[in-house]
Design a protein around this ligand. Structure first.
Ligand code: SAM
Length: 285
């Protein structure tokens, strides 16, 4: 069955009375080149793959062809009548119906992939929940080597932005703390059914085994990073003192200790400088 063919998809979905739900980010891929490219970038025959949101299974099938096994989590139970049919040819796929944000993924990966050398995540993520899913995957410190996901193009650029550039935000710093990001390729809106109003891109996050900076207090670091980017036009001194309880005088002392000017903006700092500032503040507080 050609799961990239719009006519096949329409017939298949009509049979089970399925209609697309925008609220679930249901834009299914119809470009036959995209899923093989994503699957190739995501896994090999030693890998157990966790897929989020299989839809009708177009990416799931490509993953199953290349990976050792695939476990896919789908929120929409209406697909229960579709997926067993579309993925009938594969013996290495398991579908779990549930919300990826509510499942115990650590436990699930342990259970499903005990016999796999590597574990990867691959997904065409629903737009409405892209960054929360990416951050949840990174922050839960899952035993995952690579995360290859399609997201809105602007989100991809932000997630992969170099720290210290204008394109970066708090989320770019968080991503670089946990992983090495790469933007692999862009995908036009016409590659989906129904076509969304935005273009997409596939990114790959290679999860770090050890963080690039050693922090005194990780929570304090992320609070500082969030504050640094909260009011981008303001200096770090102003935005951090406005959005946290840290006094300007304390910040002045910490900036001086790191030879940073009082006029510096949060977005100008490197990961190492942000880490050093966070550590410096935790010493003086
Ligand atoms: N993988 C398919 C493809 O590429 O054509 C479908 C991708 S579609 C962009 C996103 C999928 O995620 C939909 O099937 C949707 O029902 C599912 N989904 C949405 N929210 C979810 C959640 N919280 N947990 C698991 N799946 C979810």
């Amino acid at each position: 069955m050609n799961l990239s063919d719009p006519r096949t998809i329409r017939e298949l979905l009509a049979k089970s009375g399925f209609s697309f739900k925008k609220s679930l980010g249901q834009n299914f891929l119809i470009d036959p080149d995209v899923c093989p490219r994503m699957a190739q970038a995501a896994c090999d025959s030693e890998t157990g793959v966790l897929e989020i949101g299989p839809g009708i299974g177009v990416l799931t099938a490509e993953l199953a062809r290349r990976a050792k096994k695939v476990t896919a989590i789908e929120l929409d139970e209406r697909l229960k009548t579709v997926l067993p049919h579309t993925l009938a040819d594969f013996g290495n796929i398991e579908i779990i119906y549930g919300d990826v944000m509510k499942l115990d993924l650590k436990q699930l990966l342990r259970e499903k992939f005990a016999d796999c050398e590597k574990i990867a995540v691959c997904a065409n993520l629903p737009y409405y929940i892209t960054s929360p899913i990416v951050m949840m995957l990174l922050e839960s410190r899952l035993p995952v080597n690579k995360i290859t996901v399609m997201v809105q193009k602007e989100a991809a650029e932000r997630l992969c932005a170099e720290i210290g550039t204008r394109a970066a935000g708090a989320v770019s710093v968080a991503v670089r703390y946990y992983a090495s990001p790469e933007l692999l390729f862009t995908v036009g809106r016409e590659s989906f059914m129904p076509a969304p109003n935005v273009d997409s891109a596939v990114i790959r996050l290679s999860v770090r085994q050890t963080p690039p900076v050693i922090l005194r207090d990780e929570k304090a670091f992320f609070r500082l990073v969030k504050a640094c980017f909260a009011q981008r036009r303001k200096t770090l001194l102003n935005t951090v003192s406005n959005t946290t309880g840290i006094r300007k005088e304390e910040l002045r002392v910490a900036l001086a200790a790191l030879s940073l000017p009082e006029t510096v903006r949060g977005e100008e700092l490197t990961l190492e400088q942000l880490a050093a500032l966070s550590d410096q503040l935790s010493i003086t507080r």
